[in-house]
Ligand binder design. Structure first.
Ligand SMILES: C[S@@+](CC[C@H](N)C(=O)[O-])C[C@H]1O[C@@H](n2cnc3c(N)ncnc32)[C@H](O)[C@@H]1O
Length: 285
């Protein structure tokens, strides 16, 4: 099959399985796991959320959970916009001050949205842009949507194997790295470039923070997150493998039983994955 259909394999699988019901659980678990590792803070960019009337966009928002968390963290009222390509994921009715729109990051954005957003957020969506778009084109589009002094924050996985991990967790990380690599970039750890891509797009005050996300038995401070982190990591494996299986010359024998081995390893000793949180600001004229 051609690489252009690749992440659609993943999305068709989750839709056909049970109309995205288990995918919703996986995404909620994943969101809570990552936000826990971020110290409960949905936004690292230094935005004054007490200033009312900010316009906030979450791209690839799924069920709008990040928007809901940001609303809960804000002491003032803001306008929230969520965009995705799977309409059935949006909560109905939408939460207060929130609107959802179908919008792919592979397509151009509505012209009237240019220079209007004070905050743009996107978490774990970049892989869906490949291979038609890359980090550079997506970041450039967001830079065009930001109002002067507005902030962009992006969160992605940095697929660096970690020395403290067991074999299955590092094979899982390598599997993700192979997937991104095959989807078009031909290189490892593609999202480690986010800070330089933001700078190239003209953003200033660019900063990044590496966040170590813990899974299963490695989560020592919250039993609920321990359960959810294991569940989300294990549930994602067949979906990613289905994409790799559909690609020529991608399959590795060790992935045949990866899901079971990962489940056991995360339950017994836990595991970690490095995430990159990167933010930058649109200059004021
Ligand atoms: C891994 S989920 C992340 C969801 C959410 N951002 C979070 O962190 O919980 C990826 C999301 O990207 C959406 N997506 C897939 N392809 C997309 C595209 N071309 N444009 C925008 N969103 C897309 C999916 O429907 C899904 O909601």
């Amino acid at each position: 099959m051609s690489t252009t259909a690749t992440m659609e394999v993943f999305m068709t699988k989750t839709k056909t399985l049970d109309d995205n019901v288990s995918e919703q659980v996986r995404l909620e678990d994943q969101h809570e796991t990552v936000i826990h590792a971020m110290g409960g803070k949905p936004l690292f960019a230094p935005v004054d959320l007490s200033r009312p009337g900010l316009k906030v966009l979450d791209s690839g928002c799924a069920n709008g959970r990040w928007l809901k968390d940001l609303q809960a963290a804000s002491s003032a009222e803001h306008e929230y916009v969520g965009t995705d390509v799977v309409e059935s994921l949006y909560p109905k009715p939408p939460p207060k001050n929130t609107q959802f729109f179908d919008q792919s990051i592979k397509e151009s954005w509505p012209k009237e949205w240019a220079r209007t957003f004070d905050v743009i957020h996107q978490k774990l969506v970049m892989a869906a842009a490949l291979p038609e778009q890359n980090t550079s084109s997506v970041v450039n589009s967001f830079a065009g949507l930001l109002a002067p002094a507005g902030w962009l924050q992006m969160v992605e996985v940095d697929t660096e194997p970690l020395v403290n991990n067991g074999k299955a967790q590092n094979q899982y990380i390598e599997m993700l790295d192979t997937l991104y690599n095959k989807l078009g970039y031909g290189k490892s750890r593609i999202f480690a470039d986010l800070p330089s891509e933001m700078e190239k797009a003209g953003l200033i005050n660019v900063e990044k923070k590496d966040v170590l996300v813990k899974y299963g038995a490695a989560v020592k401070d919250d039993e609920d997150i321990g359960v959810k982190s294991l569940r989300t990591a294990v549930a994602g494996v067949p979906n990613f493998l289905s994409v790799l299986k559909a690609m020529p010359d991608a399959w590795r024998e060790e992935w045949d039983d990866l899901q079971e081995r990962l489940k056991q390893e995360l339950a017994e000793r836990g595991g970690q994955m490095k995430y990159i949180v990167c933010w930058g600001q649109k200059p004021s004229p």
